[in-house]
Ligand binder design. Structure first.
Ligand SMILES: Cc1cc2nc3c(=O)[nH]c(=O)nc-3n(C[C@H](O)[C@H](O)[C@H](O)COP(=O)(O)OP(=O)(O)OC[C@H]3O[C@@H](n4cnc5c(N)ncnc54)[C@H](O)[C@@H]3O)c2cc1C
Length: 333
């Protein structure tokens, strides 16, 4: 089954509202229904609930298509109205500016379907499927290969783009192919050798192609109880070593090998350091947590502060792993 077949209603490209004036002057709570569909493009939609940090302003325009046709229609709409497109997965690796994001934000979270091929052990899943849910699902089938991913609260699309990884495994190790949609509406199947994978990096980052689905190679035939036990162990380890009790984006900085960012930040004495509602976590120094009421600017300024302190002490520039979207002030007070 394809994503298109999974949901009956589609956004058709016909009769789209093409008044440029309307997009340029978007007002709050404006909704444009793409005709003959259940697909609504909303104006000034708050994004804070759609990011794991629970911060950030509004999308100038926001849409969450349920199938490929709706996604293609949304892209067409953006093109016709000169709107820059930003793709949003589960928002678990994002810092969205308090000023929001201009253009059209396309959320993939309603792109859902999964197909398990019991003969080949291949799992084909839509971009919006949740990685931790899949980890539990394959474990309960006795399929090995996704135990490591249980603590990564993102979507399939975000994981493919970020080359998400943990416990010495990563997406690149198991990806058979990814289907991507180009701005002109064409779909293409890409194998990992075309994706330039390395540590938390892929050629899809910062580009304009949207991952629509991915196929992963797993290893069926194990005892489900054993795979579940390993998955539980990974989850337990994460809960013991990382602060899952406050909103965060996971690790803020890439590890500058041979060091880990967390060790450098801890050795710089920054654990517990706080700006506004944003704090360097006590449990894991490479996490910045929202202790309540944080603004994106608090988190941004804490990132800058950590970078300058670590640079002064170790002459190492920490590079953010978190993706910052929208405008941030040049200077922090
Ligand atoms: C508590 C916690 C723990 C974490 N632990 C880990 C960990 O162990 N390992 C790890 O690697 N990460 C970890 N992360 C970070 C995050 O979960 C991963 O980077 C995840 O893969 C991001 O997926 P997402 O769907 O949330 O993507 P988003 O955060 O929504 O987006 C990330 C980037 O991918 C782009 N994008 C998203 N979906 C698509 C798509 N379909 N097509 C094209 N571009 C897209 C976005 O534009 C953005 O640039 C953690 C985060 C949290 C909050």
């Amino acid at each position: 089954m394809t994503i298109s077949q999974a949901v009956g209603n589609v956004c058709t490209a016909s009769g789209l509202n093409t008044k440029k004036q309307q997009t340029a002057n978007s007002v709050e709570n404006e909704v444009i229904y793409l005709p003959n569909t259940d697909c609504a493009i909303k104006s000034q939609a708050s994004l804070s609930a759609f990011t794991s940090y629970r911060v950030g302003g509004a999308a100038q325009w926001y849409v969450a298509p349920r199938n490929i046709e709706a996604l293609q229609a949304s892209l067409k709409y953006a093109k016709e109205h000169d709107l820059r497109v930003t793709t949003l997965g589960a928002g678990s690796n994002l810092l969205v500016s308090d000023r929001g994001i201009s253009g059209l934000v396309i959320a993939t979270r309603h792109l859902r379907f999964s197909h398990f091929d019991h003969e080949t052990g291949q799992l084909t899943v839509a971009a919006g499927e949740s990685i931790p849910s899949l980890a539990w699902e394959v474990a309960s089938l006795g399929w090995q290969g996704l135990e490591w991913a249980v603590g990564i609260p993102g979507t399939v699309g975000g994981a493919v783009v970020m080359n998400a990884g943990a416990h010495n495994s990563c997406i690149a190790d198991m990806l058979v192919s990814a289907e991507v949609l180009s701005p002109d509406g064409t779909l293409e199947i890409l194998t990992p050798d075309k994706l330039g994978y390395s540590y938390r990096t892929s050629l899809l980052q910062g580009g304009d192609r949207i991952v629509t689905q991915a196929t992963f190679q797993l290893r069926p035939g194990a005892d489900p109880a054993k795979v579940i036990a390993i998955t539980k162990e990974h989850k337990k380890h994460r809960l013991n070593t990382q602060p899952y009790n406050f909103p965060s984006c996971g690790s803020v900085f890439r590890n500058p090998k041979p060091y880990t960012a967390g060790w450098l930040i801890e050795q710089t004495g920054l654990k517990g350091y706080q700006i506004g509602g944003a704090q360097v976590a006590q449990l894991h120094a490479n996490f910045i947590v929202n202790r309540g009421g944080a603004k994106a600017s608090d988190i941004f300024c804490l990132i800058r502060h950590i970078q300058s302190q670590v640079q002064d002490r170790w002459s190492i520039r920490l590079e953010p792993e978190v993706k910052m979207l929208g405008e941030f002030q040049a200077a922090c007070g």
